[in-house]
Design a protein. Structure first.
Length: 457
């Protein structure tokens, strides 16, 4: 009976830990005293409690689990303190050729407290289930987490966390390649019940990107979140000034319901772009996508770009790019073939009070369809700070329909650009197709309202 497998060294490179069930499964069996390791000869099954590879002054060894059938993961730790510049790192690798990988109430963690790369965590199987308060983290510099289920399903649920994080205080010139960070590829991707994906930096190394790529649907529901953050003590621009991470979601359909996507910079560095591509439908239902230069931030705000057949934003949902600090807000760009609907929902591109930078544009293109802004929905490009407001540009081949009031606030549906309060910038333009019309949407709290093709005076 084995409850703990450990490879540890005080100095130098640690040894590897490898479990292989070439014709069977790797399973975790709970007992009264924890979880045990057993080998069943006629089934080639292996069960395990905890695997640890450690080096106190060097590079830890790899941890590898490989099986033909199902794998139920134990707790796994690969911990390094590698202070030498190196491209080597400790890996955690779990591979099931034909079965499901189960990570249930388990922790997978690779750390490097030195100045070299964090370790990779790679999981592949027919399906992957990460559930019940599980945690998968790569901590150090430019950590990567790759989940691959090919035509199967990746599920992250019930308060589970997938996280890459640079070590606080580490100074480095290492940086991720574009797209590195958290990568999930599957037939279907589901993140639900207060689960999260996070890429963040507390150092000079940029945060990695977050990529979800499904041949079917991507569903983010029930209080779940995707976050990319430059923390307030980070100084990314001393490594690379033009690096911008990306939150990318791709599938036949992408549905964000009662959940959120948040890209922000509190320190020195650009906020992440948010890019969503769907063959059919994108839905935001009581959900949001924010990109923000926070009040302590110095950098560019991320863009929000959505491409789909149809987009539905409804039930209090918001798309928002804003700057509260030093840097421009990002743009909101929507390209839909058939229909775009904002129903009791908003799109804001804003320079907030105290912000120093230009507001973003809101651009909507519908080459074969219509735009609907209904039940108090509003598209706003405005400035309250030191910078011009952005513009609203709409091209819809069929029609633009703006109607109704909010059932909650009573506000009318509207398109407007404005300057408010003590702002020091001009309002933007509103362009709808090739026609020039007065803007009918003005409010008492707004200092100056714009007319199509005309700047505020």
């Amino acid at each position: 009976m084995i409850r703990d497998i450990r490879s540890s060294t005080p100095n130098g490179i640690g040894g590897n830990i490898t479990l292989t069930a070439s014709q069977g499964q790797i399973l975790v069996t709970p007992t009264g005293r924890g979880q045990t390791v057993q080998t069943v000869d006629n089934q080639d099954d292996t069960t395990v409690w905890k695997l640890r590879a450690e080096s106190s002054n060097g590079l830890a060894g790899d941890v590898t689990l490989t099986a033909l059938g199902n794998i139920q993961s134990p707790n796994i730790q690969a911990s390094s303190v590698n202070k030498l510049p190196s491209t080597d790192f400790a890996d955690i690798s779990i591979t099931s050729s034909t079965g499901t990988v189960f990570i249930e109430n388990a922790t997978l963690n690779t750390t490097n407290a030195g100045n070299s790369f964090a370790g990779d965590i790679s999981i592949s199987g027919r399906d992957i289930q990460i559930t019940d308060n599980s945690s998968i983290k790569s901590q150090g510099i430019v950590g990567r987490i790759n989940l691959t289920a090919n035509d199967g399903k990746v599920t992250i649920s019930n308060n589970s966390v997938v996280d890459t994080q640079t070590t606080n205080g580490v100074t480095t010139t290492l940086k991720p390649s574009q797209g590195e960070g958290i990568s999930i590829k599957a037939g279907q991707i589901e993140i639900n019940n207060n689960s999260s994906l996070t890429a963040q930096t507390n150092s000079s190394a940029p945060p990695g990107s977050i990529t979800l790529d499904a041949t079917g649907s991507v569903d983010i529901t029930n209080g779940s979140s995707i976050r990319n953050t430059v923390s307030d003590n980070a100084n990314v621009q001393q490594v690379v000034a033009d690096y911008t991470p990306t939150i990318s979601l791709k599938g036949i359909s992408v549905n964000i319901i009662n959940s959120g996507i948040n890209a922000s910079t509190f320190g020195i560095g650009n906020a992440s772009n948010v890019i969503i591509n769907a063959r059919d439908l994108v839905t935001f239902d009581n959900a949001n996508a924010f990109t923000t230069v926070e009040d302590t931030g110095i950098g560019q705000g991320g863009n929000i770009e959505i491409t789909a057949d149809s987009l539905f934003v409804r039930n209090g949902a918001q798309l928002q790019t804003l700057t509260k600090g030093q840097g421009n807000a990002g743009n909101i760009t929507i390209n839909a073939r058939n229909q775009v609907t904002f129903d009791n929902a908003n799109a804001f591109a804003t320079v907030e009070q105290g912000g120093k930078g230009k507001g973003g544009d809101i651009r909507i293109s519908i080459p074969t369809g219509s735009l609907f802004v209904t039940n108090g929905a509003q598209l706003q490009a405005l400035t309250k700070g030191q910078g011009d407001a952005g513009s609203i540009i709409i091209n819809a081949s069929d029609s633009v329909n703006i109607s109704g009031t909010s059932p909650i606030s009573g506000l009318s549906s509207a398109l407007f650009t404005s300057t408010e309060g003590n702002s020091r910038g001009a309002g933007g333009n509103i362009t709808v197709g090739s026609e020039i019309r007065p803007n009918l949407f003005s409010f008492p709290r707004i200092k100056r309202c714009c007319v199509l093709y005309k700047h505020c005076q």
